[in-house]
Design a protein around this ligand. Structure first.
Ligand code: GLN
Length: 440
């Protein structure tokens, strides 16, 4: 597949042919990465995760409850990429409402991993990553609330980048956990990720959490020769499978050989990431998903009374994982438990962020695994707690609001891709991308 950079030099006619080829190949592939082939705008086709609004498209967040909903407006990220020679083409499969780590909770059925069709592509942006890795998308947008860009990119051997919270407008992204959600690129290489990130980033009056200062473009000034101080947390890495640990050690050796300085650091709060995240994310989700009541959006269930309308629509429209999260979220927000869980988790979130910031006092980047294993088999993570545990390396970045990028560093003995992530301090995407470019 041609890269995003190359595609941006093609004529309108060449791009029209390319789009037809992509659609034909996607339909043939059997990956179930696309859930629609809508197109909007002109230029290089970018695959859009099914929770990002493109005006006049059916946008469903992978959920039955949004069948029939047509987006009446456009996400700012989409508007921005259209101004840079790109267009929205195709909707990518995802876990329902971005809740999941495997893309198995989609109402359209699971997406398959191009490196092994019995494996998941990761999630929740599994359709985006599988399509880029499978040669049926040039580049894609995903969203990352607790790893949903970086983890599928790692499972599928492509590059996935989560911007600093506030750097990319969330306007038009279906909210899962508003204090954690960010839109970001999934691409074939680091330079393409920088091009797509440059295109979508920037202040937006329509998102009150959008950072109100601009940062220079990155793609044109990428410097793979920078020498950086990179922190590694040995005790943290020890929880990963042996093949991940080996890839980690090999990468550290390569970074040192390339002239970077490796410093060993400790972090003691990472053990709280999963509990903190799953309290805060479910609390926010329970609140955000209250709007799907059968009145305003999508499908409406048969009912005689208004109460029945809410009840039936939500019972029939939401899948099992989404219902579980709404129950959990309402539980931690309910009186009697609010202080014990929700308020406590907010406090711990600050401690988690402070610990990252302490490391960035004398390190430019942190190198960490993205997931404790390679892509699991479809159906293997049926226990929700096991699935939540597999998010252990990605959640902290969202809780702390930091930028992170996941990069392929090799394959295990079964040929499954292994990805590692670099993490930078807030709004230091420049160093993040330079570090990533130096690893390619
Ligand atoms: N797996 C995590 C969850 O289910 C992260 C999902 C995401 O980043 N959207 O919440």
């Amino acid at each position: 597949m041609i890269t995003l950079k190359e595609a941006l030099t093609k004529s309108a006619e060449e791009l029209a042919i390319l789009r037809q080829e992509l659609e034909a190949k996607a339909k043939e592939s059997g990956l179930n990465a696309y859930v629609g082939f809508e197109s909007s705008g002109e230029g290089v086709p970018i695959l859009i995760k099914d929770n990002i609004q493109v005006k006049d498209w059916s946008v469903t967040s992978g959920s039955k409850i949004l069948q029939g909903y047509i987006a009446p407006y456009e996400a700012t990220a989409v508007k921005n990429l259209k101004a840079k020679g790109m267009m929205a083409f195709g909707r990518a499969n995802m876990d329902e409402f971005a809740m999941g780590s495997t893309t198995e909770s989609s109402c359209y059925g699971p997406t398959k991993n191009p490196y092994g069709e019995e494996r998941v592509p990761g999630g929740s942006s599994g359709g985006s990553a599988a399509a880029v890795a499978g040669g049926i998308a040039i580049a894609a947008l995903g969203s990352d609330t607790g790893g949903s860009i970086r983890q599928p990119a790692a499972y599928c051997g492509c590059v996935g980048m989560k911007p600093t919270y506030g750097r990319v407008s969330r306007f038009g992204l279906a909210s899962y956990a508003s204090s954690l959600d960010q839109i970001g690129p999934i691409t074939q290489n680091v330079e393409d990720a920088a091009i797509l990130y440059d295109a979508i980033k920037g202040h937006d009056d329509k998102d009150s959490t959008s950072a109100d200062f601009e940062i220079e473009d990155i793609a044109n000034n990428l410097n793979p020769d920078v020498k950086l101080t990179i922190a590694v947390i040995d005790s943290y890495v020890e929880a990963a499978d042996a093949d991940i640990q080996k890839a980690f050690a090999d990468t550290v050796a390569k970074l040192e050989a390339a002239g970077h300085t490796i410093v060993r650091r400790e972090m003691s709060n990472t053990k709280y990431d999963i509990a903190t995240y799953y309290i805060l994310a479910t609390a926010e989700a329970a609140t955000n998903l209250a709007r799907y009541d059968g009145v305003r959006y999508g499908t409406r269930a048969e009912s005689k009374t208004t109460e029945e309308l809410f009840y039936n629509t939500r019972s029939e429209g939401f899948g099992e994982e989404v219902k579980r999260r709404i129950l959990l979220g309402n539980f931690v927000l309910s009186s009697g438990y609010y202080d014990a869980y929700y308020v406590k988790a907010q406090k711990v979130r600050h401690l988690i962020r402070d610990e990252y910031n302490k490391i960035f006092e004398d390190a430019d980047l942190i190198l960490s695994p993205v997931a404790p294993s390679v892509a699991p088999k479809i159906g293997a993570l049926h226990d929700p707690l096991e699935m939540y545990k597999s998010d252990m390396y990605t959640l902290g970045v969202n809780l702390a609001g930091l930028p992170g990028i996941s990069l392929p560093v090799g394959k295990n003995s079964e040929g499954m891709p292994i990805g590692l992530q670099l993490i930078a301090k807030a709004f230091d995407e420049k160093t993040l991308f330079n570090g990533a470019a130096s690893m390619e």
